[in-house]
Write a new protein. Structure first.
Length: 118
């Protein structure tokens, strides 16, 4: 329904780069009183790293964009998942710069090395 070529051209013109969004998880494990179950439920459910890498590669083949924006409620909670995603993305040629809604490193210095491989 969206003309992504026009969207990406507009984004690039106004921001200096073109970006697409992606969601890799639903839910949140924290259960905060003020938002528990508000949108996606009380359990965190992650897509498979293989599936995310495949989607990124497909999008890269169709559209020319410069980075991704991960738009999950929470992210970076499971280092093993991000490490696996980075490894698969690297091997499949689906690695690309990305930004997230939250602070992915979570005060976790080794996470910065993982981010550098995507």
């Amino acid at each position: 329904m969206i003309d992504l070529d026009q969207y990406l051209a507009f984004w690039r013109e106004h921001n200096g780069y073109a970006s697409l969004t992606i969601s890799v998880a639903r839910g949140c494990p924290y259960g905060c009183e003020w938002c528990q179950d508000a949108v996606h439920g009380p359990e965190m459910r992650l897509r498979s790293p293989q599936g995310v890498a495949a989607e990124v590669k497909t999008l890269q083949n169709i559209y020319e964009f410069d980075r991704l924006r991960v738009v999950d409620d929470v992210d970076g909670l499971q280092r093993e998942w991000i490490e696996e995603w980075a490894e698969i993305a690297q091997s499949e040629g689906a690695n690309i710069s990305f930004e997230a809604l939250n602070d992915l490193n979570r005060k976790d210095i080794p996470m910065l090395d993982v981010r550098g491989t995507l």
